[in-house]
Design a protein around this ligand. Structure first.
Ligand code: COA
Ligand code: NAP
Length: 268
């Protein structure tokens, strides 16, 4: 069930917004009448996303850019702002991840994820700043429970997302005076997404156990996340900034326990 908030006349830019959770967010804003820009690396994903978004709602713009390429990110904002004007809502959610023990991870593997998640988020926010509506813009970073729950085989993503959380806090401090709010959403396991397929337990038994670790006893949906994004971007959230908001059925507080057990088993 989607929240009903009006975003007609607003420009919403979703970086990494062509698939999965972020695309769910882009669709939610399109349904509420926003002019939506989506950007990511693969032209095919950009084209598919734009086609679907056009069917769903108002005007749509697509841009192809790798968040690791600072200049390409800047060009994506220039083309979008040329089309729809200043950005009212920026969602930054491009990310990559894979499971690998730290002792086996190559330097390039570690760097790939840190470059996409952390440096990429900085590139997006840094290039966006000149194009954000002032006052009034809302920035939403998509973080993850890995930012504060240590998870085995994800040393790269844990380090990167912890950095993303500090970007959120520091920029909320620096940009608050310009009337820009900066917040983060931390999704729990969201069914039907790439992150879920890559990182969650592979067998049905493991799956059930993972669901059992969520206090609300279910995995999340795309609507769960996009409703929070709609709220955070709306006037109802006008006094919320610098917040890291879990949307995870309570999973992050519960997963402190398995993380502690894992550390204890490893003799830490
Ligand atoms: N295990 C170990 N190392 C891996 C790996 C895996 N499963 N997948 C990639 N790597 C390593 C590569 O071997 C390479 O290191 P090397 O040069 O020392 O061999 C390094 O990571 C970069 O890999 P490459 O495929 O060149 O990176 P890329 O920039 O094309 O892709 C990834 C980035 C690896 C993060 C890729 O998974 C991706 O694009 N992910 C986006 C989708 C996604 O993960 N969604 C979920 C979001 S939570
Ligand atoms: P996804 O579908 O793979 O989404 C990642 C998006 O980022 C894609 O649109 C991808 O498109 C884009 N992207 C990846 N690398 C990029 C790069 N270098 N430059 C520009 N765009 C890039 O994964 P998802 O599972 O929905 O995850 C979305 C976000 O939610 C991520 O930030 C993730 O950390 C977070 N999250 C997910 C879960 C979950 O359960 N799925 C849980 C917690 C947090 P291209 O391939 O076209 O570039």
């Amino acid at each position: 069930m989607q929240m009903n908030l009006d975003f007609h006349g607003r420009h919403v830019f979703v970086f990494g917004g062509t698939t999965g959770i972020n695309f769910g967010i882009a669709q939610a804003f399109a349904r509420q009448g926003a002019a939506v820009t989506v950007a990511s690396r693969k032209q095919e994903n950009v084209d598919n996303a734009c086609r679907t978004l056009s069917d769903v709602g108002g005007p749509v713009h697509g841009a192809c850019a790798d968040v690791r390429d600072f200049d390409a990110v800047g060009r994506a904002f220039e083309s979008a702002v040329g089309r729809f004007g200043p950005v009212d809502v920026l969602v930054s959610g491009a990310a990559g991840n894979f499971l690998c023990a730290a002792r086996d991870m190559s330097s390039n593997g570690f760097r790939a994820v840190v470059d996409i998640d952390l440096v990429g988020t900085f590139h997006v926010l840094r290039q966006a700043h000149a194009h954000l509506r002032k006052p009034g813009a809302a920035v939403i970073n998509i973080t993850a429970p890995q930012s504060f729950v240590p998870m085995r085989y994800q040393v790269h993503a844990c380090a990167a997302k912890a950095g993303v959380d500090q970007l959120t806090r520091v920029l909320a401090l620096e940009w608050g005076g310009e009337g820009i709010r900066v917040n983060s959403i931390s999704p729990g396991p969201i069914e039907g997404t790439e992150g879920f397929r890559k990182l969650m337990a592979p067998t049905p038994e493991d799956h059930a156990a993972a669901r059992g670790h969520v206090p609300l006893q279910r995995f999340g949906s795309l609507d769960d996340i996009s409703n929070l994004a709609l709220f955070l971007a709306s006037p109802y959230a006008s006094y919320i900034s610098g917040a890291l908001i879990p949307c995870d059925g309570g999973g992050a507080i519960e997963s402190v326990k398995p993380a502690l057990e894992a550390a204890s088993q490893a003799g830490l």
